[in-house]
Design a protein around this ligand. Structure first.
Ligand SMILES: [Zn+2]
Ligand SMILES: [Zn+2]
Length: 172
């Protein structure tokens, strides 16, 4: 925190540690969950104070914020590796997935129209294994899955239906 030019305060430390603990087990926390964790640790802390901490830590590059459409913002301490996220349409579970390219931008537009592109924001939408299993796909669905096979040309992702993916993009 000091190396990033931030003054170390109790709330900032508690916010960072709550996120770092969650990130170690692959979880991403909402501001509300961070607030609960900080209050458990420090007692009365205002919601605004926690938001201010999250903002400062994010601006300093110590924390990453992701905002999957239709979900509250999520925070994590895994920064600097351009990793992407899998988001379950059923339960909202969000998981990290390494960037196969490694550095941003890992995708390039077919025509950049002169823009200097520095990042491609990639979210893989689908259903997590639990939701896919509990939603008992029809036998037709199963046949399609099997016909498609595990070694298709597409990246192997837990998306149940190809049509359920987000906006399409052109891979580099
Ligand atoms: Zn799910
Ligand atoms: Zn992540």
């Amino acid at each position: 925190m000091r190396a990033a030019g931030l003054r170390v305060t109790g709330p900032r430390l508690a916010v960072y540690q709550a996120l770092d603990t969650a990130t170690a087990t692959g979880r991403h926390l909402t501001a509300a969950v961070v607030t609960d964790a900080v209050r458990t640790r420090l007692g009365a802390v205002s919601t605004q104070a926690v938001y201010d901490c999250l903002e400062a830590l994010t601006a300093a590059g110590l924390v990453r914020r992701i905002e999957p459409a239709g979900h509250p913002a999520l925070y994590e301490t895994r920064v600097g590796d351009n990793h992407h996220h899998l988001v379950c349409r059923g339960c909202g579970r969000t998981a990290d997935v390494d960037c196969s390219h490694g550095t941003a931008p890992c995708l390039t537009p077919a025509d950049d129209l002169g823009f200097v592109v520095d990042e491609a924001e990639v979210v893989f939408w689908g259903r997590c294994a639990d939701c896919a299993a509990s939603q008992a796909p029809s036998s037709d669905g199963l046949r399609v899955r099997q016909a498609r096979g595990p070694a298709g040309a597409r990246p192997v992702l837990p998306s149940r239906a190809p049509g359920a993916a987000g906006p399409s993009f052109t891979t580099a």
